[in-house]
Design a protein around this ligand. Structure first.
Ligand code: ADP
Length: 366
């Protein structure tokens, strides 16, 4: 009987619960035993009560709950080889040789490294006399499948990550609220949104709320020149009768010299125009609340696909990442997607913004 473990890791995102539920139930449906790893990689390292066998009813009600019910954590020890060795020991002790990880690029990088090192970790556990050759015989390969759970929508090769549309929904609700009070007082608001090095949330929220101006890392404005344009645009909108101004700033916004553009920088420019200006940093409300339909659906479809991928895997299959492209659930090599995602960040660092955008949208050949 195949034993599969499912875990959530890194930053939480709405829809992670849907994916855990789907892995548990699809796994049981296909005749596997399914375990939940509580508290991210910490659960793998500590084992024991943090590795729990799941029954069908254990995930009842998961679809409508926000966050991740099995917990998540940042785990420094998993970055160390000894930590991963400890994790391997716990998995083999439970008889688990397949792992579904729902997390961001850090978690998925760690997962792929773990799979890569697996054979040598096992050899060490044998030479340390923790296991015998016979013990490890059935566990020669670790099957890993990645699901991208992130509100940032920052993974190359997949159109959306689990949680991004929920965070976007939260943001536009908040901006709508802000716009109402702003209009009443004729104020300007600078709204800072999450996204780390990715401007997707800011861009989509800006379009969905009709913001005056949007700052995102992928379209860095010219150093020292954006201030003039920002003023002109806001003034033009005021001249047309708009009673408020809204500027959305991605937390990773920069200019073309890679200087950060902060919400305070933007506020200063609006104040110079004589506008009564306030800053709202939305913060963690963006992660909260239940998942929107898209994320529940995405988590569910991808969770089922992850179980299927595990059942079809051979030792030669590269670790897959389950994504979505043009409304179809797709499978792509995890390493390539993580590598491309890192290339996007480095092209931004190298001021090659066009390359960053083309890499973000790049196509994968399965
Ligand atoms: P995210 O998955 O949201 O990008 P992090 O980058 O914080 O979040 O990663 C979550 C966890 O994944 C880390 O706390 C660590 O345990 C593990 N991890 C991240 N990067 C690596 C790595 N390069 N090697 C091993 N483990 C890693």
């Amino acid at each position: 009987k195949k034993k599969i473990a499912v875990m959530t890791s890194g930053g939480d995102s709405p829809g992670m619960n849907a994916s855990v539920r789907a892995v548990v139930r699809a796994g049981i449906y296909y005749g596997c035993d399914v375990y939940a790893v509580y508290e991210g990689y910490k659960g793998l390292l500590e084992g024991g009560s943090l590795l729990k066998k799941m029954e069908w009813s254990d995930v009842r009600g998961y679809l409508s709950e926000g966050g991740t019910l099995i917990g998540t954590a940042r785990c420094m020890e998993f970055r160390e080889r000894w930590g991963r060795k400890q994790a391997a020991k716990n998995l083999i002790t439970e008889g688990i040789d397949a792992l579904v990880v729902c997390g961001g690029d850090g978690s998925l990088t760690g997962a792929d490294l773990f799979r890569h090192e697996w054979p040598s970790l096992l050899e060490e556990l044998v030479s340390d006399k923790v296991f015998t050759e016979q013990d490890i015989e059935p566990y020669k390969h670790l099957n890993i499948v990645g699901l991208v759970g992130s509100i940032d929508n920052d993974m190359s090769g997949t159109d959306s990550t689990i949680g991004a549309f929920s965070a976007l929904e939260r943001i536009i609700e908040m901006v709508d609220y802000i716009d109402e009070t702003a209009k009443s007082h004729s104020r300007a608001f600078v709204v800072e949104v999450m996204g780390r090095h990715c401007g997707w949330l800011a861009l989509m929220a800006g379009i969905a709320t009709g913001a005056d101006y949007i700052f995102i890392p992928e379209r860095a404005p010219k150093c020292g020149e954006w201030q003039k344009e920002l003023k002109e645009v806001c003034q033009r909108h005021r001249d047309k009768g708009r009673r408020n101004n809204t500027v959305i700033v991605a937390e990773g916004a920069i200019d073309d010299q890679l200087n950060p553009i902060t919400s305070e920088n933007v506020k200063d420019v609006l104040v110079e125009m004589g506008l009564d200006t306030r800053v709202t940093i939305l913060g963690h409300v963006q992660r909260g609340g239940t998942a929107v339909a898209h994320d529940r659906w995405l988590g569910t479809m991808q969770g089922v696909e992850a179980v299927k991928a595990i059942l079809e895997m051979t030792p030669e299959t590269p670790s897959p990442l389950i994504g979505i492209r043009e409304n179809k659930i797709i499978t792509m090599p995890l390493v390539e997607s993580v590598k491309l995602t890192k290339e996007v960040a480095s092209s931004i660092d190298n001021k090659d913004f066009d390359k960053a955008i083309s890499l973000r949208d790049s196509e994968f050949i399965e």
